[in-house]
Write a protein that binds this ligand. Sequence first.
Ligand code: ATP
Length: 907
Amino acid sequence: MTLVGGDTGERHALSVDEVVASVASSLDRGLSVDEVARRTLRFGPNVLPARAGPGWPRRLLGQFHNPLIYVLIVAGTITAGLAEYVDSAVIFAVVVLNAAIGFVQESKAGSALESLRSMARTPARVVRDGEVHSLSSEDVVPGDLVRLEAGDKVPADLRLVHTIGLEVDESTLTGESEPSAKGTAAVPPSTLLADRSNMGYSGTLVTAGTGTGLTVATASDTELGGIHRLVGSARPLATPLTAKLAEFGRILTFAILGLAAVTFGVGLLRGQDTVETFVAAVALAVGAIPEGLPAAVTITLAIGVSRMARHGAVIRQLPAVETLGSTTVICSDKTGTLTQNQMTVRALWTIDGEVVVTGSGYEPVGDLTEDGDLVSVDHNDALRWSLLTGAVCNDASLREIDDEWTIVGDPTEAAMIVAAIKADIDTPSFLDGHPRSGSIPFSSDRQFMATLHRSSSDEHGFALVKGAVERVSDMSETMMDSEGRLRQIDRHRISEAAEDLAGRGLRVLATARTTAGAAVDFTVDGLPGTLVFTGLEAMMDPPREAATSAVQACRSAGISVKMITGDHAVTATVIAQQVGLLDRGDADGSVLTGSDLSSLSADDYPDAVDRAVVFARASPEQKLQLVESLQSRGHVVAMTGDGVNDAPALRRANIGVAMGHSGTEVAKDAADVVLTEDDFSTIEAAVEEGRGVFDNLTKFIAWTLPTNLAEGLVILVAIVFGTALPILPTQILWINMTTAVALGLMLAFEPKEPGIMSRLPRRPDEPLLTRALMVRILLVSTVLVVGAWAIFEWEQSRGAGLDEARTVALNMFVAAEIAYLFSCRSLTRSAWQLGLFTNRWIVVGVLTQTAGQIALTYLPAMNALFGTAPIGIDSWLLIGAVAVVLSLVVGIDKRVHNRRTFATRGR
Ligand code: ATP
């Protein structure tokens, strides 16, 4: 056996038969299960090795690549040169600690994101032992016969052996943006990769048609594997916000360095000791620069990503975490997202009347009844053909596993198979006599599916068609009655019957066939005019239970929810009412169909779209226009989609949301978020988490900036006035490093505030530092600076030594930061309203910090190192008093601010 695997060699130059022989497989049955087991052992799983990002030494070194660290290293070295060994040691300790924290946090956040990304596996349909199996791409082995259809991601390198209109987007490999048409004919050995029209390469996307290919290479042996080895770099953890903050941090760093230099100059001019002034200037710089900011942003985002994953929303693009929080419109699919996508045919309609179908779910147990009497299809030709068409013009299948009936494929189609079994239609024997010789797959654009069947006695064969009612009825010339006679089509009656069924919230499909014995032009354009309408199948798809409350939550959060569906307007309206999107008395214009949209003038379009709630029979192109129109009115749009043609709208939307179950790989590839359960309530939950992430970032900024500012100012004032420093440089370093980790970072774990979904969405252009936040920052830093100085002077005036007075000032600073931390847990509520212990991380952080302060104050070794001294209980009381004052000041500011906000918003 000349089994390939090592390389794809020149498979494109071989004929189909030669390829079959070279991979020792079969075009009818694929591989046998035993053979698959052998090959799995030999070739391993079909996965690419984890991307080799930079190794840990490089990532660790990267932590030192930061202007602040450069400053610290220079300062530490000079301080050592000046024989200030303790200060120098503390500075280097800060450098090392900072790098270590950054390294650990970055690795944690990175691996959390990486594992989420790998959750998104590609499914593959593979023929083994003559049966089609749905597998994960990981399980595909060389020799496997793989089925492809529009929307799939090619799971391995394939030599194509059968294609119908197959087109593949190979831009990931070749850079060519137009999809390439595929066939099966051999091409010369020297053909370039982009022109090998008989190959399907792993990781590329099928944009049209269907095909079958034999796997010739898997895992790293694929062309994609080759590229993967070459590129091998991990994705950066950057979002617009992190980029903005990094820029903000850089400007701040340089501004503070400038200020430190000026302060140093002033100190020298005033004739102060050079060494002391230099060390103080370094302390100013280190104190004022918010070192914790980048780590806090990354951690907050990473926590947001994993919280969203817990709800079933896998984030593919990190910026989505931020954008989700400012979403103003969610455009959702109906089927599967707002409804359960659990279809059961409930009613059948032919020109001679309606028949009820009993039973529920996919278990094929039930009957056909009319006015309570059993109905047999043997006496009703139209009904028999309608049910047969539904079951045969169909790519789904039904299986019973452990007494549970499960389906493979589209639930709409599976429901039609179940209905046919309930009616005792013998589909297998029909297919034995009339095998399928061609098919036109269903697409949302086309709105129908057709299959061609030939028997040995009928060389022309006939086509069976099922699809949207209007489409099929337009394509039909005649209709069949129960006796099998053809009558002139009555489109009005058909549409009335369909509307009646749709009005009960049922999803309606029509069936038709061509007449036997006549030649069929089996193309999309060849079918109209040749069809005989046979009947309607109406199925129930109950709304998801969680959808109603999620829609309600979105509404009270100021987010408007719109339904965009390919389904009939009446069915869509009923479902929209059931989930609370529409009220029964809603004004005209709240339901628009695709044709309403096309007839709107460019001037009326944006307004009408903004007002409407349900868009029915909307095509994927119209989805794109809807997104663009809503965005032009300043909306931040989240849009769901599952088909190949939805990809442009998903890319265009601010948040593209693809369905994990029913979505095609093309849609997932274009999306920012993939919903593992296809459930609308997940989007609402993700928006809520997005708001939480943004809140926590703002809280961290609100906490860190005033403390940094105050630390810098305390030193600045001392140098400028030439007085003794109330807090020593080494002490500033202690405060800064310990509080950032033990206190500030804990805000990233803050749970979402109650009522987070009862306020309006954040304006996307709203700056991070709002006026209210700036006022808060100035207020808090003023209290900290004044408090530190006052306490320092007061302690000295009552006879405390310098070390003791400094220790009191230092502890006051930390106590005030702790008090302020509790205030920062909510930007609007008071700490009491939130409950003091609702974030256990904060409790742990505060206890750790307090232990550190006690050690710093009372341990002789720490006293020697940091120039501190034990202090008495009365000093602690004083410290507590300043902390209380700060809490009160912030509390008042919150009240005043809230009153102003509510007054301007009028809510
Ligand atoms: P949504 O866009 O909310 O998921 P949908 O699933 O109804 O809604 P499409 O899949 O675009 O939207 O279907 C549009 C119409 O095409 C349906 O109303 C139905 O009449 C018809 N249809 C759906 N699935 C099939 C199918 N597999 N074969 C033939 N016709 C179908």
